[in-house]
Each structure stands twice: as structure tokens, then as C-alpha cells.
Design a protein around this ligand. Sequence first.
Ligand code: ATP
Length: 702
Amino acid sequence: MRPSALDPLFAPATSLDGIGDKIAGLISRLVPADLTNRPVRVGDLPFILPHSVIDRSRRIRIAEATESGIVTLTLTVGAHYPPPRGKNNLPYRVMAFDETGEIALTFFHGRQVWLEKALGEGSRVLVSGRIEWFNGRASMVHPDHIVAEAEAEKLPVIEPVYPLTAGLSAKVLRKGIAQALNRFPKLPEWQDAALQQRMELPPIGTALQRIHAPVSPAELSPEGAPWRRLAYDELLAGQLSLALVRQKSRRLDGRPLLGDGRLVQGLLNALPYRLTGSQETALAEIHADMAEGERMLRLLQGDVGSGKTVVALMAMARAVEAGGQAALMAPTEILARQHHATIARLGEAVGLRVGLLTGRDKGRDRQKVLDELSAGEIDILVGTHALFQEGVNFSDLALAIIDEQHRFGVHQRLAITSKGNAPDMLVMTATPIPRTLVLSAFGDMDVSRLTEKPAGRQPIKTVTMPMERLSELVGRMRDAVADGQKVYWICPLVEESENIDVTSAEDRYESLRQVFADQVALVHGRMSGRDKDAAMSAFKNGEARVLVGTTVVEVGVDVPDATIIVIEHAERFGLAQLHQLRGRVGRGEKASSCVLLYKGPLGEVATRRLAVMRETEDGFVIAEEDLKLRGEGDLLGTRQSGSPGFHIARLEFHGDLLAVARDDARLALTRDPELQSDRGEALRVLLYLFGRDDAVRLLRAG
Ligand SMILES: Nc1ncnc2c1ncn2[C@@H]1O[C@H](COP(=O)(O)OP(=O)(O)OP(=O)(O)O)[C@@H](O)[C@H]1O
């Protein structure tokens, strides 16, 4: 049950003056992304933090304001010039002056009664807003503030500036936030007293007050005490929910999965290569976890092409040896089919029964798989999200592997954990993630890393090339194809979108057909599953030698004899994505290359990104650079749902707080596993405050 202290914050935002459904809808775009599926609450508003301040402290005279910008002037009001009756589209002007000059205060939307009051002729007022100069005349359209000189203290000196969205005015938002702050209840302190003192964290109420009514710009800095307090709260809420997942999944009894090595050894013998040292180490860690009575919760992190799939297979083989079943969930249909093909082929050697289940499988075929699964006639089931839907019943699921590629957040892990059958869990992630992010997103898991690539891989040669050299490039590709090579050609969007100038995959496909005729295939997200499969397999078996595609080929696709990848409009992709895409080549023993086609002029960030791509192939280095260039939000945030993207914490400033929060969260649970002490109760408040309700439900009295 939600603590009643929080009731005022959980009231709908529309209960605030001046906020109707429409405004609430606009505000929802400013609150954390994972909250947008529910109506905006009063409690969301205080967490919309200002990004800068306007300093109105300096008062100047008209003539001193030589440039356009925000100024505060002390004026004597002159004549009013309302628009003629019936001409409300014309502005309402009020002239005002000081000893150095004159300024026109301009208002739209017709005659307004309040103007006559606020700007009585002959009165002295402080006016603050943006001054503009035109032909030597000064004007100010809709001043931000007008206050009588006698009430000068009413003018905010330092005024926070909030992120806005079209249709939402600063005034409305500010008023809403002010009301929400007034309703902010006194909440119990959830921070450990000693830690709070050591870290100099103000109480949450104080932090919010100070950040919304700063007395100096420094108070708004992410490194300032108010922001650090809020960031630490957010991180602690995240780490606490991860710790709860961990506690819950550990408590559900796992079972020791031991095997006689029959399948594992058989597979090793059947592999056409030897495992790398990294693969062996990771596998040993995984097998050791599985042998324990506690549930495994492990993350397998590997750079592109480091060979995660075979590690997954060996883990699943152990689960089957131990008498159970295993499931492997892939993020896309294409990938599920690819994994299925690889695993079924290798598994055949040792008699593993491998099934496939995706959203596309319907009717009788689907039923057959489901029946075999529940009868225990399938050992390993590969599929997409469809795997963990209702109606899919394993006879004895012992190991769940999730190839998450950033799309499988803590909420989904919670969902599987709450299912109750307590399988061991292994999450695989392809993009190397910086350490701080591993902690923030996977603080509940143990980590294995694949740090080396299989022997014999050659470096990928990466070049950048302006779009103008397209025809020269096509000529070179023609030679390469004649020489027996295979080429990926990546385009950013499926169709010409209205105002973005993007060469679509379809157009590119048509134009490349002029050159490569039947040797080119097309794959993109809007094609039917069957057509996608056909294109992929034509490319795999070599009927097609050029595969034009959108980023559907980004994740995981494995065609080891493809040696060239061309990425069009490379300047539009993020670093992590470019690295993933490039990782489609260089997967065999032949030398590969990557051509980054760009359309100039390039901005600073795009230039840097392309340079990083030329300089290194090391995914961990690239991830760190990406973090620097983009901030952590995008790296984990935008492309996935339910991930711990942060709203307040910014890891470039608050990364140091993460480890503290994790230790604090784990310690709190060790002392008080059900959060029943005073601090425990307060921590529940924290969880609700940051939208971690589902974590509270993991508690016995949740
Ligand atoms: N030890 C090894 N020696 C040689 N080749 C290997 C080894 N392990 C895996 N491979 C091969 O390397 C290729 C990449 O493996 P896999 O598809 O598992 O990579 P991945 O880690 O999933 O990469 P990505 O995330 O880029 O898809 C495959 O063709 C696989 O057969």
C-alpha cells in the first residue's frame, strides 16, 4: 500500500490551478519517459528541473542596452495605444521612457484590461524582458514581468528557466510548479543520517525549494548540493529496486544444475573452432553459477563478434544435461531465426531438440511447438518476446537467456522473476557499456565479459567519404563483387520522409539494381517477415551479393563471409549504432572494410564520431566516447523501453554516486530485507516517489 503521506503528490496534475487536460498532456512530455503512460501527477512537476537561469539583478537604462537580450528597466509609463475596435489582430502598444530614451511595450491578443492597471499612465514600474532594437527604436514584446517600483521586491532576481514544449508557456509551467511545491508534503527522511551528513545532502524539500528558487546560478549546477541530493535519491531508488529484484530472485530457490558433460563436451567436439580464452572463462563462470543452489543472475557482455552465441549454447546444453529446458530470447525476428538456425545445426550433432517460436508463428505450427514444449519434447526454445507470453508453458524451464541488446530493462527482468518458476537467468548484451552504466542498468547482476575476439580476425579498415563520391564508390563495389565479396549497404530510413532529405533504402535498392541486377537484395522493417527471410537467406547463400537494408541488420546478424559495409548518412547515426553496424563485417578470417558515407557540412559532434570510428575498433573505448559525446540518457535511454534512463541524475556529474547508492541499497536490505524499520518505511516512500512501484511489490507486504 502506498504511504498516505504521498497522496498530495499522486493527485492528478489537473487538480492544480491553470492546468487542464491539454496542458497536462504537454507537461507529460517533460516528465520521465517511463512515466508517460499514466496521467501526469502533481508530484511530477517539482521534478521538472530548470536548465538555466535568467539573472534580472542588473538594472540598466534604455540607452545602455545596446544589444537585444533580457534586461530589467525602471520606466515611467506614457501613453497607451490600443488597437482600434474590431482590429484585435493589431498590437496594443504602451510607450514608456526613462531619462535616456523611450521604449514601446507591445502586446498582442487585443485590448486587455489588466494592462491599464499594471501600466497606469505616469506610474513608475520595473519591466523585465527581452529588449529588441529596430531602426534605432527599442521595443519589448510581452515583458516577462511588470511590477510597480514600490513593490520592486516582487521581481524575481534569479529566475529559473524550464525546458518547454510547443504550446506550453513558461508562465503556466512556473505557476504549476510553484503550486506543486506548496503541496509537497513533509516526507520521512530515507537517507542514512551519517551518509547524508558526510555527503552534505540537504533534505529533499529543501533541495527542491532551492532548485526552483535559486538565489545564485551556482545552485542550479548539477554539481550543486540541491541537484546532487535529487540525483542521489533517483540513483538510490534505482539501485534499491535492482537490489530488491536480486533479493527476490535469490530467495526463490534456484536449483543446482549439474551435468555429466555429455552434451557440452559433444558440442565442443563438434565446433569447427576452439573457444577463445574469454569464452572459456565466461563459460566457467556461468557453469559455476548454474551449479549453485542460488539462482544465477548474470550479464554476459561482449563486444560485437566476440562469440556470445556459442557461450549461450553451452550454457543451455548444461541446463539440458541437468534434465531441464532452456529458452533463448532474441530482440528481433531475424535474429531469433538466425540463432535458431545456428543452434539447431550445432545441436544436431548431440541430439538436442531445438524449437522456434516467434510472433509470426500461428495456428497449427504454433500449437505443435507449444504442445511439444509442455510435454518436454523440446530441449531448447529460441524465439522473440513471444517466448514469455501467456500460454507458453515449459515443462521444466531451468535457464532463460535474454539477448537483450538494450531492449530488455529491469521491468522485464522483474516480470520474468515474478513468474515464480525461478529459472537461472543470463542476459547478453552486445554493446559494450561503460562501467558506470553497467552498474546503473545491471546493478542486480554479476558480470562476465568477453574481451577478446576469435583468433584470425583482421582489423576492419574504416574510411569516411563524402556523398559526392558515391558513383566512384559504386564502381569500386562493382569490382569487389566481381571479385566475390559480399556487401552490406545501410540506409537510414525506409521511405522518403516529408522534410528530411534521406535517400531511402528503396531508392538505393532501385539505383543499385541498375548496376548489380539480380545480385542485390533489399531488407527493411516494413517488409513482411517472409520477404525479410528470403532476402536474408539470399544474401547468406550468396545468390545476392549486395544487401541493401535499414538498421534491421544492425543487431546480431551474422554472415561471416560479408566483408564490406557501406553506411549511408553515417553522420546521422550514434556511435554505438555505427559500431554495431560495422560489427557485421570482420567476422571471418578475410580482411574487411567499412565505408562511412556522409553528407557535409558536418557538425562538431558528427565529425568527432566519425573520427572515433576511424581511430578504434574497441567497443569499450567507443562506448566511453559515446558517453562523453551524448550523455548517458541516449546511450541507454531512447531506443529501449523500461530501461533505467535517468531523469535527474547525469552520470557525467553523478557517476561517483552510483557505487555509493548500490552499496547503500544492498546494506539497507541486508539489515531490513522487508523494509519494515523506520528507514525501511521511508525507503518505500522513495521507491513510490520515483515510480518504482513494481519493486515495492516484490516485498512480502508490498
Ligand atoms: N572461438 C571462436 N573461434 C572462431 N570463430 C568463432 C568463435 N566463436 C564464435 N565464432 C564465430 O564468430 C562469429 C560471431 O559470433 P556470434 O554471432 O556469437 O557473435 P556475437 O558475440 O553474438 O556478436 P554480435 O553481437 O556482433 O552479433 C560467428 O560466425 C561464430 O561462428
